[in-house]
Write a protein that binds this ligand. Structure first.
Ligand SMILES: [Zn+2]
Length: 441
């Protein structure tokens, strides 16, 4: 891995191991228009930083696409069976050992089903939307999965595993596990290790003095990649510095590093950016980086979240006069995403399916009032306690307002007679964002 803070790139494509190139299916690179859009986004972010009165806040915001530490990140599937979903969940959750984050796949043991999304969804049902029908293995990076610029739309995939749903999971090439870990690394906001600033000087960008092939030629022949796909996946991020990475030299064991031909580097296999084998597991430094980006300690987690929020708010009040139209669009989109991901979060839990209809109404009303209300969960199988009447639960003192807002929606708009507002102080230290829950009896 890994950037200490997270990344600027929106989508990454995964390569094949050079060792498996003959046996594994080749990845084509993602569609040209997406690659173009990503480059445009990256260039607009870089150029706008220089033009803004508070470049530090802009840089911080563009190079950090992580979620608030402690967040529950909802994941949903479009296609595939329960065995595949479970297998993906298991690999994704390996990150939770290091990062203070919870990937929630919405498993319902009664129906033996995971959360699903579809192209006809009127609202975004999950932060990460997995599909299997587009070409390639890729993921949006961090909060780009909920951005309105790029692949964050409510009804499109933010992560894709081509062909995984076509055959039983046991028959897939075992490297599928690594592919899932790598893509969920991106979903956390992690950069490629080979996009460490040092590697910028290591790649052979131009044909060598003795006719050695450039990376553009090598990747065109090897992966069929267009130049923009090479740039997006190999070039160091323009706004990164060495200090953004954990170590001065790249971590050759990182799961976020590609194994690629030695000829891609001027120094060949002596390059610090070259690794002979595809790294299959989260490395020691990957884990450390994830820990730093998503601290477990509640105080540190809160500080991390607050720093981001401050940068977003400071940028939101900045006039964008000097920016061209593309720059404005990109800056506004990043700001919206940053602030959207910090909308008050509402979870709705029911015990009886007969309450779902009303729960859907409260979900709709909450959305209209600016909440992120991603779904309704039937928790009857979890054997959790709830009171005899509808409860609105909040955790941190500062979220009382949001709890009252939801409570008044229930009483004033839906005519619910008794609503109990419950302050669950014991869990306050684990909550790092504005969050409330509705519990049906
Ligand atoms: Zn990647």
């Amino acid at each position: 891995m890994l950037s200490k803070y997270i990344t600027n790139l929106a989508i990454c494509l995964l390569l094949l191991s050079i060792n498996e190139i003959t046996s594994a299916q080749l990845v084509d690179g993602y569609p040209e228009e997406i690659a173009n859009k990503l480059l445009e986004q990256q260039q607009a972010e870089t150029s706008s930083i220089a033009k803004m009165p508070n470049p530090e806040a802009a840089n911080f915001l563009f190079s950090n696409k992580r979620w608030d530490p402690g967040s529950k990140i909802l994941v949903a599937f479009n296609g595939g069976d329960v065995n595949l979903h479970r297998a993906i969940e298991q690999q994704a959750k390996l990150w939770e050992k290091y990062a203070n984050i919870n990937f929630d796949f919405g498993y319902d043991p009664i129906k033996n089903k995971y959360r699903t999304w579809s192209e006809s969804d009127a609202h975004r049902v999950a932060h990460i939307r997995i599909g299997f029908s587009e070409p390639g293995y890729w993921s949006t990076v961090g909060t780009d999965s909920i951005s309105n610029y790029g692949h964050g739309e409510r009804n499109s995939a933010s992560m894709n595993f081509q062909g995984f749903a076509d055959i039983p999971i046991e028959l897939l090439n075992p490297r599928w596990k690594y592919i899932v870990i790598h893509e969920f690394g991106h979903a956390l906001g992690l950069d490629h290790e080979h996009q460490h600033p040092i590697c910028g000087k290591e790649f052979r960008w131009e044909t060598g003095p003795n006719g050695e092939e450039s990376v553009y030629k090598i990747f065109k022949d090897w992966q069929g990649w267009k130049p923009q796909v090479v740039d997006i996946n190999l070039k160091p991020k323009p706004i990164k510095t060495n200090s953004d990475y954990m170590t001065q030299i790249p971590d050759k064991e990182s799961v976020m590093m590609y194994a690629m031909p030695a000829q891609a580097f001027i120094k060949g296999d002596k390059s610090p950016c070259f690794t002979r084998v595809e790294n299959k597991n989260i490395s020691k430094l990957d884990g450390l980086g994830a820990k730093m980006a998503y601290p477990m300690n509640p105080t540190e987690a809160l500080q991390t979240a607050d720093a981001y929020k401050r940068a977003a708010l400071s940028l939101a009040s900045t006039p964008l006069d000097g920016l061209n139209d593309t720059e404005k669009t990109v800056v506004k989109s990043r700001l919206e995403t940053a602030l959207q991901s910090r909308k008050p979060l509402l979870y709705i839990q029911i015990h009886n399916e007969s309450d779902r209809k009303e729960a859907l109404k409260i979900q709709e009303l909450a959305r209209e009032s600016g909440f992120f209300a991603p779904g309704i969960e039937n928790v009857s199988h979890k054997n959790l306690k709830s009171g005899p009447q509808i409860e609105v639960r909040y955790f941190r003192d500062s979220d009382l307002d949001s709890a009252q807002q939801i409570s008044s929606l229930l009483t004033n708009q839906l005519g619910v007679e008794k609503v109990k507002i419950l302050h669950v102080k014991a869990l306050a230290s684990t909550v790092t964002r504005n969050m409330v829950e509705v519990w049906y009896p």
